[in-house]
Design a protein around this ligand. Structure first.
Ligand code: NAD
Length: 485
């Protein structure tokens, strides 16, 4: 799709690129002098136009041939995978995760599109015998209608892909608002899908402020479902508005985490240290599944902390696009301020700052920070209870497995959890008793497959799971039809 002048990127409404009433610069967090482009900022009226286009496109798209939906998603999948290096570079440039992580995420988006191309062909139903003579029952699934999608900045292409692909596969139409900080990857994904053959109005992109565009989507009566990923605060606001609306909307909210990684005395030390390093600090700790609470039993505590601190010293923190960088910058100034303020809070609360926690300067002006490790933390401290969303982790010392499990579950969140142990008994018990949507054994808390459900419980998530075949729970509504033969 056309995007105006070379560095200006428009919204996409009803099959056409449309300039916004405003525009905002997309800045590289590794080098704030580098402007990726000017991206449209929609207002309420333009958001309403996008919703009207999605509504008008719904009747035809909802009845479209599944082969057509398959072919469009497959074509888009092939293009994303073929362009993964370039898309990954764009992603790393606007978000700040390393090039390897950016390319990996672009690849993941391509795989997700491919999975849901197949799902378009797999939607069956059931024929059920009635309890009444001569009556037959069919239970089928139908698309929901116009779906609003509101996404965060930390997975600029994978999260949009895992919402858009199932919505399209199941015959819904979409109004998509990406996070303000990372519109580039979202724009590229929408461009690819539209060029793959989507009819006008099926997938609309409205970039802009959450309080304007996001709010307009959430309030609108013609939007029947909202799939949101982001902070707890915004999630709660969306839920309140969506439930108060008439008709009430179906909602799916993926929100914060304060994910525990338990390390037991019998763990393989190298595995445990790698899990902690990756889970706490990779992607600059900006993952909802990051392990920010490292819950470690007494017998291995000192060895674990020493080995982790040693590995942290060797981490290369630099420009996301530079070869060899392991940790890129924090996404922007306000996130950096938040991370550094939590380092202060931890010190004031009495935890010991063993490593990192300071701002770093590199060749280019960017939001660089040394990953921070606290020891002697308790689970009651704010650094152990509140989501920081940066490269900050605390080690909490516990006596034994039983205390580790109790501390692990003592949180308002429940997205992901992990345990490092060589004991089958403890691994099995933890898998069954950890209050999280995803549990990892001898693996980092972050890092999931794309063909199985993703989501949490307690304060982390609300509504049906995302991804894999489970995605249909949100993107379809069930119909029960009775026929007297
Ligand atoms: P955020 O809540 O600030 O923003 C998320 C989205 O909501 C953005 O597109 C934003 O513009 C929009 N928004 C803001 N105000 C709005 C409003 N009033 N109405 C409608 N939309 C509005 O979150 P963020 O800072 O972009 O992302 C970080 C958060 O996302 C973290 O809390 C993290 O844990 C969470 N996250 C969760 C998951 C998960 O699956 N559980 C995955 C990734 C990120």
């Amino acid at each position: 799709m056309s995007h105006g002048s070379s560095s200006e990127f428009h919204n996409f409404i009803n099959g056409a690129a449309v300039a916004g009433p405003g525009a905002a610069a997309n800045i590289n967090p590794s080098n704030t002098k580098d402007v990726i482009g000017l991206f449209a900022q929609a207002d309420k009226a333009q958001t309403h136009e996008a919703i009207a286009a999605a509504k008008a496109a719904f009747p035809a798209w909802s009845r479209s041939n599944p082969q057509l939906r398959h072919d469009i998603l497959k074509k888009a999948s092939d293009e994303v995978i073929a362009r993964k290096d370039e898309l990954g570079r764009l992603l790393s440039r606007e978000e700040g995760k390393t090039l390897a992580e950016g390319i990996g995420e672009a690849m993941r988006a391509g795989q997700i599109l491919g999975f849901f191309a197949g799902e378009a062909l797999r939607l069956g139903g059931e024929a059920v015998p009635s309890v009444r003579p001569g009556v037959g029952i069919e239970v089928t699934r139908e698309p929901l209608g116009v779906i609003g999608m509101i996404t965060p900045w930390n997975f600029p292409i994978a999260i949009p892909a895992w919402k858009i692909a199932p919505a399209l596969a199941h015959g819904n139409t979409i109004v998509f608002k990406p996070a303000d900080l990372v519109p580039g990857s979202a724009w590229a994904l929408v461009d690819i899908l539209n060029r793959a053959g989507l009819p006008a109005g099926v997938l609309n992109l409205v970039m802009g402020r959450g309080s304007v565009v996001g709010q307009a989507i959430t309030e609108h009566k013609d939007v029947l479902g909202i799939s949101f990923t982001g902070s707890v605060k915004t999630g709660r606001m969306i839920a309140a508005t969506a439930i108060a609306a008439s008709p009430m909307k179906k909602i799916q909210l993926e929100m914060g985490g304060k994910n525990p990684l338990v390390v037991l005395d019998d763990a393989d030390l190298a595995v445990a240290v790698d899990c902690a390093l990756n889970g706490a600090f990779f992607s600059t700790g900006q993952r909802c599944t990051a392990s920010s609470r490292l819950i470690v039993t007494e017998g291995i505590h000192d060895r674990f902390v020493a080995a982790l601190a040693e590995k942290m010293k060797a981490l290369v923190i630099d420009d996301a696009l530079k070869a060899g960088t392991q940790i890129g910058p924090v996404v922007d100034q306000s996130q950096l301020d938040q991370d550094l303020s939590y380092v202060d809070i931890g010190v004031k609360e009495g935890a010991r700052l063993l490593a990192g926690g300071e701002r770093l300067n590199r060749e280019t002006p960017g939001f660089y920070m040394a990953p921070a490790l606290f020891t002697e933390a308790t689970n009651q401290m704010r650094i152990s209870r509140e989501e920081i969303f940066g490269p900050v982790a605390s080690v909490i010392r516990v006596r034994d497995y039983e205390e580790a499990l109790a501390v692990s579950n003592d949180t308002e969140f429940g997205l992901s959890s992990g345990i490092c142990t060589t004991s089958l008994k403890h691994a099995t018990h933890y898998k069954r008793n950890s209050e999280a949507g995803m549990v990892m054994v001898n693996l980092p808390t972050a890092g999931v497959d794309y063909h199985v459900p993703f989501g949490g419980r307690k304060g982390s998530s609300y509504g049906p799971r995302e991804q894999g075949a489970y995605a249909k729970e949100f993107y379809t509504t069930v119909k029960t039809a009775y026929t007297l033969a």
